[in-house]
Design a protein around this ligand. Structure first.
Ligand SMILES: Nc1ncnc2c1ncn2[C@@H]1O[C@H](COP(=O)(O)OP(=O)(O)OP(=O)(O)O)[C@@H](O)[C@H]1O
Length: 460
């Protein structure tokens, strides 16, 4: 026999009705409690977590206004906003039922009821309660995940004048709902800044949804961003919300916006203008309320001149602009950043490394850091893993004299083995595209992630 589920509480002043209902419902639900005095509700709810509360509208004799029912409905929802309340109305008064649903009731049943109808109403109310519980749990999990991510991103290091200016811009901008455009080479900390803006805004408890536009294919763009309905294309196995909906009431971070093709720019612009999305395969519009932050390492203003980026889209996303300088333009931040990563990775790998030698530090100042802070971070991580001393030395890094000379790509290839040639080539292509990973990967015939893997491997 199927296990009975669900805890039901019935509150009604009619004892006969209570007994009859209990007798029938007991056969279908795990627990059915009855109570004729609504004053007992708060205590009952404290003692038990009911799935559904079936509540009469009138308790005083000869009163049929329903006002008692509204009063107790409100008290129940105050005590437990996710409570599922089904109202009992005796007079078939639709107006009263509509008002009750507006006030937060889930459903209503008319007296006298048919037992099967009552049972079906309670089952669907119970399912609603279950979904609310799932949503609540997911919300909490989501907040925890955001917390972890935000913590990871909470320390933005930088003492240079330009970084100090960026911090004060973040302070001023975060509280507003202004769209922000963050410009900077790969690895300069664009996502870090975007998260800091979200974390300091009134939307901080809502979602921060991030989309890498550089890695979304043309065909999946709409489905990823706007969602889709089941069956709207071959792979649409079920209804799915897009990133815009997921970011609703929160912040949407569109990374690599400079990589969008002109047709996709037009689609994005329409959504931003109308502030509503409709899922692929559906004609229902969903209003969206998002704070938009975009980022790119591409020269958007030049691209506008060359008709590769829409001017109207640029003006919609660049209300506030933050330009993060490359690491080579703020060498004064290197010691602080390097020591920050040193502490982090020494703890992570449980290594007694406490310092970076002067020689290594001076070598770091000479390196051009095409991969910016991400590159510095990986260089320190690798040095800590490989080093056998307490102080990191120049030889713990991949900064050979040859690699310094290689920056300009002048060395003749015969002097190098295959790995060296690969390194040289990657550097040259990265330089050609101003550190743009997507373009460099495309020229090298690699995917972005395999280029990232090589950058990591070679410490580039
Ligand atoms: N100022 C900073 N202080 C501490 N860590 C930083 C700083 N800037 C960047 N980082 C670290 O460097 C790494 C790269 O940062 P992030 O992903 O934000 O860069 P990005 O500009 O968005 O890169 P991409 O353009 O490749 O997407 C991250 O691990 C981040 O934590």
């Amino acid at each position: 026999m199927e296990q009975k589920q669900g805890k039901i509480l019935i509150v009604d002043d009619n004892e006969d009705l209570l007994k009859a209902a209990k007798m029938h419902l007991k056969r279908h639900f795990a627990q059915v409690d009855i109570e004729k005095n609504p004053e007992a509700l708060p205590a009952l709810m404290n003692n038990e977590d009911y799935d559904v509360i079936l509540l009469d509208m009138n308790f005083t004799k000869d009163v049929s206004s329903g006002s008692e029912g509204y009063y107790w409905l409100e008290r129940i929802l105050q005590q437990d906003p996710s409570a599922v309340v089904v109202l009992i109305t005796a007079y078939g008064d639709i107006q009263m039922a509509v008002k009750a649903i507006k006030a937060g009731a889930t459903d209503f049943v008319l007296k006298p009821w048919e037992n099967e109808k009552l049972q079906a109403t309670l089952y669907s109310a119970m399912r609603l309660r279950e979904s609310r519980d799932v949503i609540e749990t997911l919300k909490i999990k989501n907040q925890e995940i955001n917390q972890v991510l935000n913590d990871r991103y909470s320390e933005i290091i930088g003492q240079s004048a330009t970084m100090q200016k960026i911090f004060s811009t973040i302070d001023r901008v975060a509280k507003t709902d202004a769209n922000v455009l963050i410009l900077g080479e790969n690895g300069t900390g664009k996502e870090l800044i975007a998260r800091a803006i979200h974390r300091n805004s009134s939307r901080k408890n809502e979602n921060f949804a991030s989309v890498d536009l550089g890695s979304i294919t043309e065909t999946l763009f709409e489905s990823e961003l706007f969602g889709h309905k089941k069956g709207s294309f071959t792979d649409a196995k079920e209804d799915r919300a897009g990133r815009f909906e997921l970011a609703n009431n929160g912040t949407l971070f569109l990374d690599e916006i400079g990589n969008l093709s002109m047709p996709l720019q037009a689609k994005l612009l329409t959504v931003l203008q109308n502030r509503k999305v409709s899922r692929v395969g559906s004609n229902k519009d969903t209003p969206i309320d998002i704070r938009l932050i975009c980022a790119t390492n591409m020269p958007l203003y030049d691209m506008v001149k060359e008709n590769r980026f829409r001017q109207d889209l640029l003006y919609r996303i660049n209300t506030i602009e933050i330009e993060i300088p490359a690491l080579r333009e703020r060498f004064e931040d290197i010691p602080l950043l390097a020591n920050h990563f040193l502490k982090h990775y020494a703890a992570k790998y449980d290594k007694p490394v406490t310092k970076i030698s002067e020689g290594a530090m001076s070598r770091m100042h000479k390196h051009p850091w095409p991969g910016n802070i991400r590159e510095l971070q990986h260089a320190i991580e690798r040095a800590i893993i490989l080093s056998s001393s307490n102080v990191l030395q120049p030889e713990d890094f991949n900064f050979t004299t040859a690699s310094a000379a290689k920056e300009d790509g002048q060395l003749s290839l015969e002097q190098y083995n295959l790995e060296e040639v690969e390194k040289l080539l990657i550097r040259k292509v990265l330089k050609k595209y101003n550190g743009n990973i997507t373009q460099a990967a495309s020229e090298l015939g690699l995917t972005r992630s395999s280029l990232y893997r090589r950058l990591e491997k070679y410490g580039l």
